[in-house]
Structure formats: structure tokens, C-alpha cells
Design a protein around this ligand. Structure first.
Ligand code: SF4
Length: 406
């Protein structure tokens, strides 16, 4: 589950451990949720209920009630039902295997406090199983964008440190097992670590970096985690942008014929990341411009939009036929203009305009054409389209497009 209130979250640990400056920069941006996060939260809740029912922490009526409430969520579907069944079965299998060895306790959605290593640090372990001299952390990843590996995964290691803090005073724990269960990528990844090595990592590696990050003192260091960790500071982070510019500049003055195959391969490797970077910066600049900030050399204009029919197909055909005063659908030229191959299917606006001529089209069907408002677009000042005059107008007209700081 997301570590909703932790300042230095376990899920973002790879980012702030590598780039201690990220925490201070990200604080400039509001927290945002998105459909993927909402879908993931739902999958966790469904999985939690299923496991709790399987281990008899929920009785049947309570379980049925919880599931009924969860299933009305717009993100619930058969796929989620299947994947969470698999998750439950996997967890129960592991739990039973520890039971067979003589001892097992299981906690679902357990709060894990690792503030001994990270200031105010805590998170929620999806599943924590306590076995004979070991703990086993299982983390459900419902996303399918990035394959997540358990090996050397700081999020899991922080959860394991939190579990150690919780149980170590009662039990003698020598080993931590950590598993990522990522059903939509068919990915189950497990690793193990001795608890003395884990605590050494916590004390010697995590602690100093966490303190630096928490106090906003550390430098910014760019890496793959900028994008993988969805750093909110990317559009304005100097280090990140300079890194992208340096990559882009490396190829700027080379003609394609001078690139060898290795270089082309390298360009392809970075193309995706460059393109994401450009989109990020463009979206950020548009947001700022719509909020009234001036971006030198750029203006906001109404973007282009496609014309649409404003009524149902049969209504348009009927009205068209009426206007043309046509009774015999099968022979008339107006009818042929509609569509010669599939008579009851309406052609596109452009096709009909070409078939009839612009003037005739306007007379016959002009009333059925809608030109939606174009999305706001940030363009170079040389663009001929008029600038949207005032901030008030732009904000009012395009309020649906602005990602407000809520
Ligand atoms: S974009 Fe990358 S370098 Fe910049 S603050 Fe975020 S993680 Fe650090």
C-alpha cells in the first residue's frame, strides 16, 4: 500500500537514497493521485479481504459485505478478481509452508515503523509472516508499467527493518525473506538477507542519507529512479534537465549517416526517455502558463479540434433525406453521396463535404456539425493563432485542463 503520510516513504526509498535532494524539491509540488494508484489501492483492499477470509480473520457475512462494497468500484473487473485470487493463494501457500515447519504468524496490512533508521519513517507491509527464526515480507505490486525486482529492493528492506523492530524483541529473527508479487507481469521475485547484514545496511547506508534527505541538505543526483520513481520535480529539476539536454546534445550535430549502428542503438535506447522528458516539461509549462505565468517566447492558444456530428446517425440521414426531398433511397445521387457501399452508414464530415461540395454540404448538413473547443496549447509566439487574452479567460475556459494545486 502507498505510504501515505511518511515524509520519506519506503516506496520512494530508491529515489531519496540515491538523490537526497529530491525530497526538498518534491515538496514544491502537490500530491497527486491517478487512476493507476486508485486501481492499485483497490486491488490491495480486495487481496486483503480475500486473505483475511482465507485465514478466518473475517467471517463469511462480513467478507461478503466488504467484497460487495469493493466490487462496485469502477476499477473492479474479472481480471482483478483472478489476480487477487492468485495473490491470496500464493500468500496462503507460503503461510502454510511455515506452519508445516512448526510455527507461523501472519499480519495483513501491518504498519511497519522504521523510524530508527529514517526520520518519521513508516510504511504498510501488505503481508508479514513470522516463521521459525525468520520473517517474510510479501508486497503486492498491481502495476504493470515497470517490472519490480525483490533483490536489493530498498522498499522491501525498509519494511523488513520495520518488521524486525516490531518482532525482534520477542522472537529471535535471523533471516528476512522478501517477495514481490506482481501478477500482471507474471513476476514473482524473492530474495533473502541475514538480519545482521540488513541492520548494518540500515545503520550505515540508510541512516545518514535519510537524515540528509529529511533535512533538505543533500545534492540532487539524476538516475533511472527519476522516471521510475515518478519524481514530481522533473519538469524543473536542474540536474535532471541538464542530464537530458546533455544526452540530446550528444547527437545534435551528427547527421544520421555519420552514426554507426551502435550509436543508432544508443539513440533508440534513450529516445523513449527523452520523449517522456519533453512531454513532462511541455505539460508543466502549459500548466504554468494557464495559471498566468509567462513563458518567454510562448503563448497559449486554442488548439485545433476535429468537427463532429452533433446528432445520431439515423437522425442526420433522415434530416438529410427530408431536405433533399428524396423518397427513393436506392437511386438518388444524394443518397450515393451519403455512402455508396454501405448505404445506412454515414460518411465522415470531410468525406461528405468532398462528395457534395462545401456549399451544398453546409446547406444540407451544416446544422449537424459541431466544432468542439480545442484544448489549450502552448505555442511559439510566431504561431498565427491569437493568444488567449487574459489569465481569467484562460482559467475559466480551460479549467478542466489545469492541474490545480489542491
Ligand atoms: S528529478 Fe531526479 S535528480 Fe531531480 S530531484 Fe528528482 S530524483 Fe533527484
Amino acid at each position: 500500500m502507498p505510504d501515505i503520510h511518511a515524509k520519506l516513504s519506503a516506496s520512494g526509498a530508491k529515489k531519496w537514497l540515491s538523490c537526497p535532494g529530491s525530497k526538498a524539491l518534491e515538496e514544491m509540488f502537490p500530491d497527486e493521485t491517478n487512476e493507476f494508484a486508485e486501481e492499485g489501492t483497490l486491488a490491495h483492499s480486495v487481496g486483503e479481504a480475500k486473505i483475511k477470509y482465507a485465514i478466518k480473520q473475517l467471517n463469511r457475512p462480513k467478507y461478503a459485505q466488504i467484497m460487495q462494497n469493493l466490487k462496485v468500484n469502477r476499477y473492479f473487473n474479472e481480471e482483478m478478481e483472478e489476480y487477487t485470487d492468485g495473490y491470496r493463494d500464493f500468500v496462503i501457500e507460503i503461510y502454510n509452508s511455515y506452519k508445516k515447519e512448526g510455527f507461523a504468524e501472519i499480519d495483513i496490512e501491518q504498519r511497519l515503523d522504521f523510524s530508527q533508521y529514517v526520520p518519521e519513517g513508516f510504511g504498510t507491509g501488505d503481508v508479514v509472516i513470522l516463521g521459525n527464526s525468520c520473517i517474510h515480507i510479501i508486497d503486492l505490486k498491481y502495476g504493470k508499467g515497470v517490472k519490480v525486482d525483490a533483490e536489493n529492493n530498498p522498499q522491501l528492506k525498509l519494511y523488513a527493518l520495520g518488521a524486525l523492530s516490531l518482532y525482534d524483541s520477542i522472537y529471535d529473527i535471523e533471516k528476512a525473506y522478501m517477495t514481490i508479487y506482481q501478477p500482471r507481469l507474471d513476476n514473482i521475485s524473492t530474495c533473502e538477507i541475514n538480519t545482521d547484514v540488513l541492520m548494518k545496511w540500515g545503520n550505515e547506508f540508510v541512516k545518514p542519507r535519510a537524515e540528509e534527505a529529511f533535512n533538505g541538505l543533500g545534492p540532487c543526483v539524476a538516475g533511472s529512479y527519476c522516471d521510475e520513481g515518478f519524481c514530481k520535480a522533473r519538469p524543473v529539476c536542474r540536474t535532471y534537465n541538464e542530464q537530458k539536454i546533455a544526452i540530446a546534445e550528444k547527437y545534435e550535430f551528427k547527421q544520421p549517416k555519420t552514426l554507426n549502428k551502435d550509436e543508432i542503438s544508443e539513440v533508440l535506447d534513450i529516445a523513449d526517455s527523452i520523449s517522456k522528458w519533453v512531454t513532462l516539461v511541455k505539460n508543466y509549462a502549459l500548466d504554468q502558463a494557464l495559471k498566468g505565468e509567462k513563458i518567454p517566447g510562448y503563448k497559449v492558444v486554442e488548439g485545433r479540434s476535429n468537427r463532429q456530428w452533433n446528432a445520431e446517425e439515423h437522425e442526420i440521414i433522415n434530416a438529410y433525406m427530408k431536405k433533399a426531398d428524396i423518397d427513393d433511397f436506392d437511386s438518388d445521387e444524394y443518397f450515393k453521396a451519403l455512402d455508396t457501399i454501405a448505404p445506412r452508414k454515414l460518411k465522415t464530415i470531410t468525406e461528405l463535404e468532398q462528395a457534395l461540395s462545401k456549399t451544398k454540404f453546409n446547406i444540407m448538413l451544416g446544422d449537424f456539425v459541431l466544432k468542439p473547443q480545442g484544448k489549450p496549447t502552448l505555442v511559439n509566439f510566431e504561431d498565427k493563432r491569437p493568444e488567449l487574452n487574459t489569465t481569467e479567460t484562460a482559467v475559466e475556459d480551460f479549467k478542466d485542463y489545469i492541474r490545480e494545486d489542491k
